[in-house]
Each structure stands twice: as C-alpha cells, then as structure tokens.
Ligand binder design. Structure first.
Ligand code: ZN
Length: 116
C-alpha cells in the first residue's frame, strides 16, 4: 500500500527532527495532504497507527489537513474557472498547479526536556 511508504518516510523525518532537537517524544504531527496527491487520508491514518509503535511517534497525535488543489495561469496568475478546463483563455496557457499534489509535514510538536 502506497500510504505505508509515505508514513515510513514521514516518521523518518520526524525522527531526524527529534534527534536534532533533543526531544524525548512527539506530541503531535500535522500532515497536509493535497487533494490530488493520490493519498487517502483515512488509509494514511491507519498506516500511521500500524507503523508508529516503537517509534518516536508512538504517543503522537496525527492531525491531517486536506489541501484542495489550486491552479493558476503561469502568465497572469488568474485561477481557471471552477469546473471548467484547466486553461487560461486570454493568455492561451495551460494552468499551473499551485498546491494540492503534495504531502507536507506542516507542523511538529516536540516534547523537549528542560535543560537543568
Ligand atoms: Zn492568464
């Protein structure tokens, strides 16, 4: 399943951040999933639950934000008409994807022990 490899690399990135910051655990992680990234947020949550045992994310809360696909004309910046073709007619340009095809680790809440 596609979602498993995504979760695996997400946790790798979280673990790198944990090490870098000397954190003891992860409170929560926020992942943004683009509408057309091809990732099912429900499956991603299930994959996360399966994977997180014995990782730094064992007690972390997974927050998923769905990001709608956004397009704009590369020339004039006008978004295409909703429901219409992905094209700017005045400029005769195919619309450019601005957001919505990515999976982003948007926010990470780390538990860092106080330095005594
Ligand atoms: Zn245009």
């Amino acid at each position: 399943m596609h979602e498993y490899s995504i979760v695996s690399s997400l946790i790798d990135r979280v673990e790198a951040e944990v090490k870098k910051n000397g954190a003891t655990s992860v409170g929560s992680l926020t992942v943004q999933i683009g509408e057309i990234s091809g990732v099912d947020s429900r499956l991603l949550a299930i994959a996360f639950d399966t994977f997180r045992e014995r990782t730094c994310c064992a007690n972390a809360e997974l927050k998923i934000e769905n990001v709608p696909a956004t397009w704009k004309c590369p020339k004039c910046g006008t978004p295409p008409v909703a429901g219409g073709p992905l094209r700017c007619f005045p400029c005769n340009q195919p619309a450019e994807l601005v957001a919505g095809d990515e999976i982003i680790l948007a926010h990470l809440e780390l538990e860092v022990p106080d330095h005594v």
